[in-house]
Design a protein around this ligand. Sequence first.
Ligand SMILES: [Zn+2]
Length: 236
Amino acid sequence: MLYDTGYSSHFFDATNPFPERLYRLILPVELDPQQSVVRQLQRHGVEPARIATVLISHFHGDHVSGLKDFPASRFVAMRADAEGLLSSSRLRALTKAMLPELLPDDFAARCSFADDCPEVALPPWMRPFTRGFDLLGDRSLIAIALPGHTPGQLGLLLRALDDRRYFLVGDACWSLPACRDGKLPAPLVLRYLSHDPRRYTETFFAIRELALREPDLTIVPSHCARTWSSLHDIAL
Ligand SMILES: [Zn+2]
């Protein structure tokens, strides 16, 4: 399984025409082909065809540009995010940093919704998060809604082979140190990079409360360099 795909060469194909080219003019992207998720997997001895499922945190271009590299995988996302994108016009999607062209043609047929899985109570130590969705039926992988950045962003709670607990939180916060310090993004950033700044703020402070109370829980924001540099030898 994968959680998101990052950027890939498909991003450049999708942003060649206008108006999509505006995306990469506003947020310029440099990508070494060796950094694509397919190449990274191969360096770890994993052929992309072995990836049965890609769990999608949300549909911003920097998280889903590699979906077309997994033609046999199924996809799992939150219903609000997936349906929001599938029902959006090209232009409306672009205003929300989403590129429908990045989706495989048969995306809808291969996508299921995490929030259709059985809803379960989370353990008390996860407060203020109280509910999740049991993705595999054995509580080993729980999807948790992290709304605000997008309507229904999908976080993941799991226990890895090293017996550590991980909470993958996508873009619910960008920097874990800043989150611990309670430092929200600048108001303009919050306003333009959030679907709902009020809900983003609620989710952000929920993660902060959890991070301060549960130091043994490894919280992993997608873009936090500090967190990633501390995760060299994990055995997921
Ligand atoms: Zn995002």
